[in-house]
Every structure is written in structure tokens, then in C-alpha cells.
Design a protein around this ligand. Sequence first.
Ligand code: SF4
Length: 324
Amino acid sequence: MAYTYQRKGRLECLLCPHHCRLSEGEVGICKVRENRQGQLSLPYYGVLSAVANDPIEKKPLYHFYPGSSILSVGFYGCSFHCPFCQNYQIAQYTPERVEGRVEPEELVRQALSQDTKSIAYTYSEPTVHFEWVMETARIARSKGLKNVLVSNGYLNPQPAAELLEVMDAANIDLKSFREEFYRNVVGGHLAPVLAFIRQAAASLHLEVTTLIIPAYNDTEAEMREISSFLAELDPNIPLHLSRYYPAYRFDAPPTKADSIFALRKVARQRLNYVYPGNVGSQEVTTYCPGCGAALITRRGYRVENRGIKDGSCLACGRPVDFPV
Ligand code: SF4
């Protein structure tokens, strides 16, 4: 379904909560959806910024076939304008000249020819390329592949339902629990992101990432709100607390690793699985919520599932509540 609407000579895009109203020749906030002669045009359909085989832990997804590799595809453009964006070269810019498009069938063929179970739609914001992602994900599923969405979660409920239907897992950013942060820093609103996370939690395997930025979202009070919100949905949702490093327009020093560990302690009062991200070569362990035994250990992208046997904790026999 095309999420557009004609209103007073302009084309309204109904895909994300920005609801851009586009006059002839205008492009949306995401820079990749355009009004051409009264019709929605997608000048970057199938234009990929990257295709790479990644460890699934890099998405980050820690509870979805740990240790597997995933064919990861990136795009151009984004519905947010985060001044600390780590991928701003592809998220905040679009190429002037399009050199080659990848058809959905071609990408799926590539995935099938490699040692991978799944495809990740990632790096920049995939949801603004809704049509290509939907088409690819449907074909991928029909061939037995899993689909993984890595997104800012800024999508209206109807397209979100369609998209989540063809996805198997997702990692969604919850950048802050403050409307002012979404409005003033990244250019969006908090409520639609929370709604998307609720929808995703009810539909597929969900993990959530919060990039911790000093003086923006690093208080214990805010971490209590984030973790309470997620715990109400499901205390087994893994939360990744990722360390900020200077990028794009932000040059403040990186978040201290100690701050990440202190916030993890706060979040773990409500959530069973909270992981530090971008903290170097430190070992990151998944413990059994039943007996506390180590189930999975990770050092960098080296993953060992030694505490799991036949889908259960080796020490206490409690079934592991995620696909391994
Ligand atoms: S998807 Fe793009 S064009 Fe559509 S409403 Fe969102 S920002 Fe605007």
C-alpha cells in the first residue's frame, strides 16, 4: 500500500509521523521520498550504501541466533537528524548521482549464496525505504531467511504493522525518555517511538538500544523510566546501553565507561538483560535469570554459548527464552 494522500494540490506522505506535505518536486525530511507530477517517487529505490556480512552481535542483537552472521544492507537518508549520528555520511546525505540499483531478488540471492540465516536492514534508517525493504523481506522469508530491522522506530502504526509482519527480530533505538530531547535534538517526537516499541514487542523478538550521551540522557532517573517502560512490556527485552563517541556535529568527550556500568546497574533492577555497548574488549556475559550461571560469553564479536545445551541452561535446566 502506498502511504500517501492528496491534499490541496500537495502530496502528503503518511509513512512516518512527520507527515511531510510535498509540493511538486519537493522531497521529504528523510530526503528520499519525492513528489513528482503528483505521484510519490522513490529516487533511491534499491540504492544501497553498503552490503556486508556482519556478526549479528554488531546490530546489536544478543538474543537472536547468537554467534551467527547476518547479511547487512544500508541505505541513504533518515527521518531524524541526530547531531551525534555515527553514520551521518549515509544517513544525512544522499548521492547526487545514482550508480546502480539492487533489486530485492538480487539481494536475497546474495544472502542465500552466503553462510547466513538472515538479512539486516540497518546502518542508516531502513523504514524510509519501506517499499524496497518490504519487497526484499517478503522474498527473503519465502526462501527461509529471517529478517531483522534496525531502526529509530519512527513509523506510523499502519505501515509499522505491515513491516513488523515480515520481520522476525528488531533492534529499536530509544534515544531518550524526554520529549524535549526528541523534539530539540533529533527532530521528532517521543510518543510515536514508544508506540512503535510497544507494537514491536507484541510482534517479534525485540531488543532496544539507548546511546548514552553525557548531560543529555545519562541520569539515573531517566534510566529508571526507560527500564520501567520496557519491563512493563517484558522484563526479558534486552537493553543495550551504548557508549557515545564524538561524531558528526558533537565533539564532547566520550561517555565514561563507568557511567555505562552505573546505569546498567539501575536498569538491571527491572530488566533481566542489560548490556554495555562500545566499551572495548571487556567480556559481556548473558546470565541465566533462573540460577545466575553464565549462558553466553562474548569478547568483541567472539561468542561462546557454553552454558546452553539443547536450548536450556546447562546448570539448572531452565529453558533459554530466545532462539540460539
Ligand atoms: S517518510 Fe520521509 S517523506 Fe514520508 S513523512 Fe517521513 S520524513 Fe516525510
